[in-house]
Structures are given as structure tokens and as C-alpha cells.
Write a protein that binds this ligand. Structure first.
Ligand SMILES: [Zn+2]
Length: 249
């Protein structure tokens, strides 16, 4: 185990804002490494990246640093090591063995890797199976529903079956990724077509009726949404069947 002997008592008095605190770390490391002046003003942002990546860009008197927010809780010594690695990179120096070992030990620790994996699953590119399944073609269903109930006004988006046969998340519209996912559980000859249609229809309504905010409350299924949902001809039948199935599992 290696350590970096750069921590000073400054760390005991870190300002509350973690981004400003990390900016101060960068400035301190800049001086410690005696890098080529002028010393830039560091502005650091934690970003919700889907991996542990970080980057730095120096222009004139300004250095923009972006660090994965996954690293926001890293111990000061790790952030100091990261600062050294990024600064060495941009000033064409070699980061010390200590800094590299310290950073690497942290990001490859089981706890951090576990968290990184969870974040990647959550934020990373959606993994969907193609819309044409074994029994049903989600794109064809979408096109027909769009023409029939939405005047063709729902812009085409990515549709796909979920990789797993989920029995808890039956369908999902993700506005961040612009996707509609239907659980692969429904791509089966034992599932009636109207049920798949209903799931796609429901998710399309989420595009037509986006989440409303009333004060701090998020209304996902507004009254208008629920009214519109009833225009689906097999609405009652589909709801009842889904409720029975949900009780089964
Ligand atoms: Zn919904």
C-alpha cells in the first residue's frame, strides 16, 4: 500500500462546497509539482458520468476540470492523487508512482467498483433487445397505435424488449434516453396481443402527458392521462389481466 505525503492540515479546513474544495486541491498540487506558470484558476465540476472518467482542459488562465460524481466521496488523498494525474497529463509530465497507485487502489476497490457498476447500469446507454421479438413487433404496434390514437404525432423513438423477463417492470418510458421498453415476458404466444398493445399505449401516453409538478409533488399519471388511457378499447380487460398476473408473481 502506498501513500502520498502531500496532505497538509489544510484538509482539516476544507470549505463546505466540495467542488471549490477540489479546486483548491488542484491549485495546491499545481504548486507542489512546480508546473509551468501561469497558474490557472481552477473550476471543478462533478458530473453525473456513467463511468469513473475525469478530464481537464487548460486554456490561458483557466482550467476546467470535470470529475465523475462517483468520485465526490473519495478520500482527500485520492482526490489529491487524481489532481496530480490530471495535471501531469495536461502539462506533459509523469505522475508519481504513488499518485497512480493510490488512485488505482481506490477505483479498483470492491466498494467503488460495485457503485460504479450500479451507476453504469442506471445511466449508461440503454440495453434493449431489438423491437421485433419472437411473437410481437413493438415497432409495428407503435406505428399502428400512433396512427390510430395519436394522429401520428408521437415522434418515432427507440423501442425494444427488455433483456430480462421482468415481472415487476412491465413497461417503461425513459425520457432521458428516448426509449420505450416492454418486458420480454410479454413476447410470448401465451400473451394476448392486446396486452402488449396496452403496455405500449400506456408508455406512449407518458410522452403525450409528461410528468406534472404540483409544488414538490410529481404527478406521473395525471387525471388527463388516466382519462386518455380509457380510450384504449381493451382497457378494462388489460388492467384486470395485468393485476391478476402481478398477483401471481
Ligand atoms: Zn405509467
Amino acid at each position: 500500500m502506498t501513500t502520498i505525503h502531500a496532505a497538509s492540515h489544510e484538509q482539516l479546513f476544507l470549505p463546505l462546497d466540495p467542488e471549490a474544495a477540489l479546486g483548491a486541491v488542484f491549485a495546491r498540487v499545481f504548486r507542489r509539482l512546480r508546473l509551468r506558470p501561469p497558474e490557472p484558476a481552477f473550476s471543478v465540476e462533478f458530473r453525473p458520468f456513467s463511468s469513473l472518467r475525469s478530464m481537464i482542459r487548460v486554456r490561458d488562465y483557466h482550467a476546467e476540470v470535470r470529475v465523475a460524481d462517483l468520485l465526490a466521496e473519495a478520500p482527500p488523498i485520492v482526490l489529491e492523487a487524481l489532481a496530480e494525474i490530471l495535471l501531469a497529463q495536461v502539462y506533459r509530465r509523469r505522475a508519481s508512482q504513488e499518485a497512480r497507485a493510490c488512485y488505482l487502489a481506490y477505483i479498483s476497490s470492491p466498494a467503488v467498483r460495485h457503485r460504479a457498476d450500479a451507476v453504469r447500469r442506471q445511466r449508461g446507454r440503454k440495453r434493449l433487445l431489438p423491437p421485433r421479438g419472437r411473437c410481437y413487433d413493438l415497432e409495428e404496434i407503435f406505428r399502428k397505435l400512433n396512427a390510430r390514437y395519436f394522429g401520428g404525432e408521437i415522434a418515432p423513438l427507440r423501442l425494444g424488449w427488455s433483456p430480462h423477463r421482468s415481472r415487476s417492470t412491465l413497461g417503461h418510458y425513459d425520457s432521458a434516453h428516448g426509449t420505450i421498453t416492454v418486458s420480454r415476458w410479454f413476447d410470448s404466444p401465451t400473451m394476448p396481443r392486446y396486452l402488449v398493445e396496452y403496455l405500449v399505449f400506456h408508455e406512449m401516453l407518458h410522452i403525450r402527458f409528461p410528468v406534472e409538478r404540483i409544488g414538490h409533488r410529481r404527478v406521473v399519471h395525471s387525471r388527463a392521462f388516466r382519462e386518455a388511457e380509457k380510450s384504449f378499447p381493451h382497457y378494462e380487460k388489460a388492467r384486470q389481466k395485468l393485476m391478476r398476473m402481478a398477483r401471481l408473481c
